[in-house]
Structures are given as C-alpha cells and as structure tokens.
Design a protein around this ligand. Structure first.
Ligand code: ZN
Length: 303
C-alpha cells in the first residue's frame, strides 16, 4: 500500500472530490503525524515478531544469529523501529527484506541500508534505483544506501536463527515484484501486500499488479500452508488460515461477479451502481472503498 492508493484515472468517476483532496494530502498529513506513531511489537511464534506503526506491517526474526527484518515502513519511524528491536533483545540487523517497492514498506531503506544487506525481487531493485511515477507524482530514485544488493528472480533460502526462511516471488499480484516470506520452522508467513486482511486490497495496476493473477497466487499459497500457520498481512491484524481463505473467497467472488457483468456488456458505471453483495460491505475502507475495488477489477480485466 502507499499513502495514496487510487489509480489517478479512477478518481473523477469513483471518488468524491473531497476524498481526492484528502488522498492528495495524505503523505503530508502522515509526515506530520509520525511523531505520534508508536511501534507496537507482538510476539507471533518462535523467533518471529510483528511490528505495527504506520505503513506496512513489519516482520522480525530475532535469535542467536541476530535480526532479520521484513519491510521498514517510513523513514521518520526508523529510530522508533530500532528502539523496538532493541527492546525485543537486540542484536545485529543482518538482513532487511523488501516485500515490494512501495514507500510505506521501503521508506526506511536509506537509513537501515547503511549497515544492513537489503534483499528484494529484481523488479523492486529496478524501481528503487530509478525515478518512478505514481498517481501523477514523481518518486525519485533512492540513494545507493537504500538499494537492494541481493536480488532474486524466483526464490531464495536464508538459513538464519535455526530455520529455513524461504523467500518466494509470485508474479503480478499487488505489484510485479512481490515476495512472500515463509518462516518454515516458526510456522509463520509474511505475505506483504498480496494480503490485506479483512479489507479490499490495493492492486497497483500501473506497476505490474493484476487481480486475476493475485487470486491465483492466494490459492497457491493457501495450498502450501499448514492449518495452524500464523500470517502477517501487509496491512491489517495478525491473521490465520481462515482469514486468508475468506480473503481468497472475497477476491474470487467479487472479481468473478464484476467480470461476468463486463462480459454481459455492462459499463463500469452500471456495475458500480449495482455494487457488491452485502457480505462484503465491511471490507470497504477509507483507501479502497467498494467503488474503487470494483473499478480496480474492471480495469484489471480490461487490460
Ligand atoms: Zn503496497
């Protein structure tokens, strides 16, 4: 997720103007609010902790080998994140994994990267080392300290803190560079923004995201997870397999519904007006209200 999440082309149709203005100023607001953000640490299981503050959920492995961290939220939170790591027992931060390129997951890269090895999918390195455009805004390349130095194409194993940490790339989900991290010994998985728990996801269609492949990816991941796994979503509370299955059913049912209406010749305006089944009302939220989710599906199937 990023501070501003709605595709610019969707704004005039799908969003009231006040919401557009709110989104346009979201980063500024967020910057002002960082002082008030507290980093909350939750023990997930075994070596693994989850840190919540502002931005994407952070996963941490702490043990005899030191620390491995997944994602780093925003730069102004880096000192608070370091303190949280110290409070958990500290140790050297050896590795930082970026689940994807968005700024609410990589904002601290230039700070942590000074003394830590950053690992990401090769498409993430490509985006972080060059200027990007998102929502009509230019996002400058990160300085060298913030670049991933180890990249993967399909998968990577990290043997750390007594377990095999399996890093797997699933193409074209939330973006074109998403990785999912399986802490196989602790039986915990960090899913990055392929999983928004209990809410409609943001799918970054302008940077390789795709609704259809995201649905397939979630099915593949469910197929390899044990029943009692604990799941750190990119956004939302610590979750379990039932939560992921419900998210999968939402993705399948809502995208099939919109796609069927498209095939029946309905316009986006007509589909939006008809809305989604009431079962999914609670999945609408400030950044991705129902009409934006419908439009994301529509745009993804129009590609
Ligand atoms: Zn994201």
């Amino acid at each position: 997720m990023k501070a501003k999440m709605i595709q610019p082309r969707s704004l005039p149709l799908a969003l009231p103007i006040f919401l557009y203005i709110m989104l346009a100023s979201a980063q500024l607001t967020a910057a002002q609010d960082f002082d008030a953000v507290e980093i909350k640490a939750t023990h997930v299981r075994g070596n693994i902790y989850m840190l919540e503050g502002s931005g994407g959920n952070i996963g941490v492995s702490i043990g005899a080998d030191g620390i491995l961290m997944v994602d780093d939220q925003f730069a102004p939170l880096a000192e608070k994140i370091k303190k949280a790591l110290t409070d958990l027992g500290g140790g050297k931060l050896h590795f930082l994994l970026n689940t994807h390129w968005h700024g609410d997951h990589t904002g601290g890269n230039e700070i942590f990267g000074k003394s830590t090895t950053i690992i990401a999918h090769e498409n993430v390195r490509a985006r972080l080392t060059t200027e990007q455009t998102s929502f009509g805004r230019t996002i400058p390349a990160k300085s060298k300290d913030g670049w991933p130095v180890i990249t993967l194409d399909k998968s990577l194993s990290i043997h750390f803190n007594g377990e095999n940490i399996e890093v797997i790339h699933y193409p074209h989900g939330h973006t074109d560079g998403d990785i999912v991290i399986f802490f196989s010994g602790s039986n915990v998985v960090h899913m990055g923004d392929d999983f928004f728990s209990g809410r409609f996801p943001y799918v970054d269609l302008d940077h390789g995201g795709d609704v259809k492949t995201l649905v397939e990816t979630i099915g593949l991941i469910i197929g390899r997870l044990p029943d009692d796994v604990k799941i750190i979503p990119g956004h939302g509370p610590l979750s379990n397999l039932d939560d992921l299955k419900k998210y999968h059913r939402m993705l399948k049912e809502t995208s099939n519904l919109v796609h069927q209406k498209m095939q029946a010749g309905k316009t986006l305006e007509q589909i939006t007006k008809q809305g989604l089944p009431a079962e999914w009302d609670g999945w609408s939220w400030s950044f991705i209200p129902t009409e934006s989710w419908i439009e994301t599906i529509y745009q993804s199937y129009s590609k």
